[in-house]
Design a binder for this molecule. Structure first.
Ligand SMILES: Nc1ncnc2c1ncn2[C@@H]1O[C@H](COP(=O)(O)OP(=O)(O)OP(=O)(O)O)[C@@H](O)[C@H]1O
Ligand SMILES: [Mg+2]
Length: 383
């Protein structure tokens, strides 16, 4: 997209129509762009706020091609897609960012880790699994990960002892040393094709222990300046190593010994960056649009400390979602409520989120925890 491009007619294509695609689309509409969503679910969250939906799966080459042909630039809210057709279109000069070659690399967690390690980025010790004996190569406990298709902790298995080998993941996998984690951190890095790079504040991710889903994000993370600088340097080096254009969620571990290790990189907006909608000068969702349409990146300044809480489907329910407690929760000051418009809830499904601002992140955490205890996403059927 060169300087003479008329941005008033820009057509943006988004592969994936969940909550990430929805908020990207809302920001794109703010900027006056035309948005088309590709998603298999008719009237998915993003389609509800977009100009057009192509109903099709992420491995449907014909539908992917249609989206790219109809769009000036195509981007992703999900990395689990068929890259074959996208690579062909990219090679023919279509604007697809991040490049499908990078998406393909990131789809394979093992290949991703290997490339980062080869570029000198610190990652947990890891080893490919070729034979069953390889699973015991680091002793126990050890983390086994599926190379492909993992998300929200699915595809990650803690093997505590040899006895757990019977529960091992059966698909193509690798092992990782079990890191002694002090904090789980994340940072969003945006980069455009001019190599302009901007980092957001580092955040702390807290997890729902039952299912290993990140459910609370605190911005900013409580860290020393020295550690913050190291994380920024490592994360920028990672995105340069990948030659990524777009926005990237870099997930990191701070170990109890004070080491920083990169866990994995998401090539799209990230759950840990939802807080940027209310708390930063430019949200991650506007930033990805700027990055992939070759516009200058916006300021990532933190306007206020913030805590984000995911609203997950309650255990024991599924079906049409029913929101409880909204009248009491929304009395909490500086709280912003997001509900994605998914027509079906199930236990631990991401149905919405809330972001709470305060002058101090610990006070924001108190208010957010209060709200989390009040709002419940139940369903029309008990399971
Ligand atoms: N090497 C490790 N040592 C200790 N804990 C780990 C390790 N790798 C992963 N974990 C734990 O498992 C969680 C999920 O791992 P990972 O991010 O690789 O999987 P995922 O399915 O992609 O999850 P998500 O979609 O939530 O990012 C991590 O956030 C962390 O809590
Ligand atoms: Mg992860």
């Amino acid at each position: 997209m060169d300087k003479n491009f008329n941005y008033s007619t820009l057509k943006l294509g988004i592969i994936g129509g969940g909550q990430l695609g929805k908020i990207i689309s809302q920001k794109a509409k703010k900027m006056g762009f035309h948005v088309t969503i590709l998603d298999p679910t008719f009237n998915c969250p993003a389609a509800q706020v977009s100009d057009k939906q192509i109903v099709g799966g992420f491995y449907d080459a014909e539908k992917l091609e249609q989206l790219v042909q109809e769009s000036d630039v195509t981007t992703f809210e999900i990395e689990h897609v068929d890259t074959g057709i996208l690579k062909k279109l990219y090679d023919h000069g279509h604007q697809i960012h991040p490049s499908p070659y990078l998406i393909e690399l990131i789809q394979n967690k093992y290949a991703q880790k290997k490339l980062l390690a080869e570029q000198g980025i610190p990652v947990p010790r890891y080893k490919d699994i070729e034979t069953e004996e390889d699973l015991s190569a680091f002793g126990f406990p050890v983390i086994q990960k599926a190379k492909r298709e993992g998300y929200d902790g699915k595809g990650v298995m803690l093997l505590r002892s040899e006895a757990d080998l019977q529960n091992r993941i059966q698909t193509d996998s690798f092992i990782e040393e079990m890191v002694d984690i002090d904090k789980e951190l994340a940072i969003l890095v945006a980069r455009n094709s001019q190599d302009e790079i901007k980092c957001y504040p580092i955040v702390e991710m807290l997890f729902d222990e039952r299912v290993n889903i990140c459910d609370i994000v605190m911005a900013p993370a409580r860290l020393t300046e020295e550690i913050e600088q190291k994380i920024v340097d490592i994360s920028v080096a990672s995105i340069r190593a990948l030659d990524g254009v777009g926005i990237f969620g870099v997930e990191l571990f701070l170990t109890k010994k004070g080491e920083i290790l990169v866990n994995e990189i998401a090539p799209r907006p990230h759950n840990s960056g939802h807080y940027t909608v209310e708390a930063c000068a430019t949200s991650q969702f506007e930033q990805i649009i700027r990055a992939v349409t070759n516009l200058p990146l916006g300021s990532t300044k933190l306007i206020s400390p913030a805590v984000m809480v995911n609203l997950l489907g309650e255990e024991g329910y599924e079906g049409e979602p029913i929101v409880e407690g909204i009248h009491d929760a929304l009395k909490i000051p500086e709280l912003s409520y997001h509900f994605y418009g998914k027509s079906f809830t199930k236990p631990f499904r991401k149905m919405g989120h809330i972001t709470v601002l305060d002058d101090h992140v610990d006070d924001a955490l108190k208010k957010a925890t209060e709200a989390k205890n009040i709002i419940k996403i139940k369903g029309s059927k008990k399971v």
